[in-house]
Design a protein around this ligand. Sequence first.
Ligand code: KG4
Ligand code: ZN
Length: 344
Amino acid sequence: MDVTILSIETSCDETSAAIVKNGREVLSNMIYSQIDIHKKFGGVVPEVASRNHVEKISQVVDEAMEEAGVTFDDIDGIAVTYGPGLVGALLVGVSYAKGLSFSLNKPLVPVNHIEGHICANFIAHKDLEPPFISLVVSGGHTHIVHVKDYGEYEILGKTRDDAAGEAFDKVARSLGLGYPGGPLIDKLAKIGNEKAIDFPRVYLEKDSLDFSFSGIKSAVLNYLNQQKMRDLPIVNEDVAASFQKAVVEVITDKVIAAADKVGVTTIVLAGGVAANSGLRHEFESKLENRDIDFKYPPIVLCTDNAAMIGSAGYYEYINKRFADQTLNAISNLKLGEKYYVNQN
Ligand code: KG4
Ligand code: ZN
């Protein structure tokens, strides 16, 4: 029997709704981005994000239904991101989904946002099956995850300070590039010299699969200050290329080490930073002579969107992991932690 999920995502600055069939087929994926609103402030302002979600949610859901050509009768369940993310932003989606679930008498399916990012790959790669290693790199998260089965995760490594996307955003800001910084650094790096500046590669203890990005962020700031103090030129393209290279070298080494450690032969990328062209190239070149499958989603499925939540929601739905009206937003929800009330 087909399962059609209406999914809702409002964890940060995208208001998104999607219709996803059987976890892999996207009938619609409407994304209203607030980036232009937050740009003025140089980053996401939580209160402003919540207010804009409230204004847009209804319209975005209607558009998703219309685009997919479905009515509420066709929907089997309502999936919603309930964490991690900005609590006020999450609450808008959670409240809306609870309202729909109650009025339509359809199951409410709670979804972890990080799990959603990983599941974007099930949409992009129809033949992808666990086990695999997923690198989840976004504005808020940097995890190396062993996806053992659908919905079964082991975190092998994570950042001890800044997330990878946060480091990109902070470095971009110190270069005066604007928000969000990742795509802007990526663009400049393409025309810069990655060997121009020798920024530190932070590997932590031997065999550690954890990350630390605060050191490289400070190294970039120090470099910029020193150049200014000595009245020397700053070539933004070279700073961007050298910074990006230092980050992607460490990330790729650790992810490949993780795959070797657990003996899996598929690596998939997830999250906003998975859109980074330097990261993709570094993986491709390091894996050239290895028997490892390397995959990533198209950019629209890397950054926040509801289709990925609909995919993750499908696997929760078929396992009957539903929530009731007590579902709340959990801003610091961990991967693998699940809140549900019904399970057979
Ligand atoms: O997954 P996402 O849309 O939101 C979170 O859940 O955090 O990721 C947003 C992050 C931002 O930090 C943004 O700068 C980064 O992803 N990002 C990139 C690129 N595109 C987006 N970072 C590096 N290179 C890119 N091309
Ligand atoms: Zn995200």
